[in-house]
Design a protein around this ligand. Structure first.
Ligand SMILES: [Zn+2]
Length: 147
């Protein structure tokens, strides 16, 4: 027996399974949900805030893709933050302080973040290239237009 298991909060509260939403009042950490068999790793009330990292990661990842055409200025930092938050979310899930159900969002955030970083980087590179071409044309025009 694992002596570390602490009882779930008082039976007056409604504690729901993180996977199926079944009322699991009375279960202890490490026991399995009678409805879907998912092991109870944490209290739902503790995890509501912690999944914010995964949500933030996913939202920023999507934002970074959507805004990559805006010169990459918004998309690049958003994509980087999305990847960082995805890693934090994954570590939190491993540590048991974030719901396992947020794993999908964290993965989506990481993938979207990387796509945003790549697209935004290409956009920045393209802009730099266009500026160089423009400056080069100006320089060529200036030297070639002499009398
Ligand atoms: Zn369940």
């Amino acid at each position: 027996m694992n002596e570390d298991t602490s009882p779930l909060p008082d039976a007056g509260e409604n504690i729901n399974c993180l996977s199926c939403g079944y009322n699991i009042v009375g279960l202890r950490l490490g026991e399995r949900c009678p409805e879907c068999g998912t092991q109870v790793m944490q209290f739902a009330s503790q995890t509501t805030q912690s999944s914010g990292k995964a949500i933030t990661s996913m939202v920023l990842g999507i934002v970074s893709i959507v805004t990559c055409m805006a010169y990459g200025i918004i998309g690049l930092p958003c994509g980087i933050i999305a990847v960082v938050f995805a890693k934090k979310a994954r570590l939190a899930i491993q540590a048991g302080t974030a719901p396992v159900s947020s794993q999908g969002m964290a993965t989506a955030g990481r993938v979207c973040g990387w796509i945003g970083i790549v697209l935004s980087s290409l956009m920045v590179a393209y802009l730099l290239f266009m500026i160089l071409v423009f400056v080069g044309l100006l320089a060529a025009g200036a030297t070639g237009a002499g009398p």
